[in-house]
Design a protein around this ligand. Structure first.
Ligand code: OXD
Length: 323
């Protein structure tokens, strides 16, 4: 159904007494509210973790840790993550297990995430950091840079990881993938207990796995020691998937040649973290990609319509798998 038809849908289904609620930090909340008011002005919207009419709240859009928010609303029908990850919902102790949870799956988000990953890979490949350092010192420092053939392992080849892997392969890099379940791709893929085999073949590791019980703390010294070659690490997934002190040790030991991190164990990264000033770590403040509220609002409304009519939902999170 196109978004313009939702207006009549909502009125004809007399769901004007129902409310949606958005609970998120100021950014991205403002953009979502704007898109909601433009695309679906007929839906009463509550902002924050409270509603004046909690029993009318049927759909919650949420980003980040919002405490035990779900226990306040008894008539929920749909819970929506405002991003690609749903770990912030799945780990919430007040989450009712019978309410469907969905997340945003958006080609625009994959486009910007892939661009970030490609930038990190190419910065490393062409040693861009060298030029940035020398430009600051006004030094004309040519560099006879051997083009190291990159063997890039993308760990997590879901929607986002697969898009980046395909594009990196198209750029001429050797790419392999790893995922929990078997995935078909135009490059070699490994799954389940083939992680060691995967790690043994790469010199760039890109992490795009969701945060689950199994991936928490996965990027550890134990995993890094299975890398056969000095490797560059890029983590754009979640900070709790890596162990920062193990990353620092792995750099010291020469197991990791350098690291690009968009996510951190604690965000914002505490000022006293040695990561800020580490010469071999490039960081960005959880900025690799954003959800795009226009597409997001369309997905939320379409899924709400599906909940109401008992149709299968799009991009539903499997609570047992945690993604
Ligand atoms: C997401 C994110 O999951 O931005 O969408 O981290």
């Amino acid at each position: 159904m196109s978004i313009s038809n939702y207006d009549s849908y909502f009125w004809s289904h007399r769901i004007r007494d129902l409310r949606f609620l958005i609970a998120a930090p100021k950014e991205p909340m403002q953009k979502w509210i704007k898109s909601f008011r433009r695309l679906a002005p007929q839906i009463p919207l509550d902002i924050g973790t409270e509603s004046p009419h909690p029993d009318q709240v049927v759909c919650i859009l949420i980003w980040g840790d919002q405490g035990d928010i779900f226990s306040k609303f008894k008539n929920l029908k749909l819970i929506y993550s405002m991003g690609a990850g749903a770990d912030h919902i799945v780990w919430n102790k007040s989450l009712p297990s019978h309410i469907p949870v969905c997340r945003i799956v958006d080609p625009q988000m994959a486009f910007s995430m892939s661009n970030y990953i490609i930038t990190a890979v190419l910065n490393y490949h062409r040693n861009w950091y060298h030029f940035i350092r020398h430009q600051k010192e006004k030094e004309w420092m040519q560099y006879d840079y051997p083009e190291i053939p990159l063997r890039i392992g993308v760990m997590g080849i879901g929607h986002l990881g697969m898009d980046a892997a395909k594009k990196l392969q198209y750029l001429g890099h050797h790419v392999i993938g790893y995922s929990i379940s078997k995935k078909k791709a135009n490059f070699p893929t490994y799954y389940e207990d083939q992680l060691d085999e995967f790690l043994g073949q790469i010199n760039v590791l890109v992490c795009t796995v969701p945060l689950t019980k199994t991936t928490k703390g996965l990027l550890s010294l134990k995993l890094f020691s299975k890398l056969k070659e000095p490797t560059y690490l890029i983590n754009v997934a979640r900070g709790k998937i890596h162990i920062e002190k193990d990353i620092l040790t792995a750099i010291e030991k020469g197991i990791l040649t350098g690291v690009c991190l968009d996510v951190f164990e604690v965000e914002p990264l505490p000022k006293e973290s040695p990561i800020w000033e580490h010469p071999k770590i490039m960081i960005t403040p959880h900025n690799a990609s954003f959800s795009f509220p226009v597409q997001g609002v369309e997905q939320v409304i379409e899924n709400f319509r599906r909940v109401q009519s008992g149709e299968p939902l799009l991009h539903q999170v499997h609570l047992d798998r945690m993604y």
